[in-house]
Ligand binder design. Sequence first.
Ligand code: SF4
Length: 148
Amino acid sequence: MIKPAAGSLWVYHFAASSCSNCDMEILEIFTPGFDSERFGIKEALSIRHADCLLVTGVLNPKSLSLLKKVRGEAPRPVKVAAVGTCALDTGIFRGSYNVLKPLDKYIPVDLYIPGCPPTPEALLSGLLGLYGKDKPGPGKRRKGRWIF
Ligand code: SF4
């Protein structure tokens, strides 16, 4: 059973150029079915109120520039989570035109949550690990592949 962590974590969601499935799974954790607020995880409507930035989708030049701007507007350093295979390693869009490198080639990433899309359970588990015990989340890179 997952134990509630001390304090709370407000997360801001940035969709780089996702297909929207990862974004829907993120929304799912805020619904009554998963009820992330019982663990202190709440959606922040502005990066100025956030402790964590969730990034989904592949980056392109426009979305990268916007992401850097948004991250720069945070009043204090925020943890960054790469959500979904696209953010982790560009996934099925690898090698496509207008697709840049994976997220961690441009900004430091604290948490990797693999999946296409990741499940709400994986999202909750990763976020709880990120701020509750301050250790890496469920994703690990092994021989170039992402695993739980
Ligand atoms: S990881 Fe999969 S579900 Fe998420 S944005 Fe990419 S293609 Fe869509």
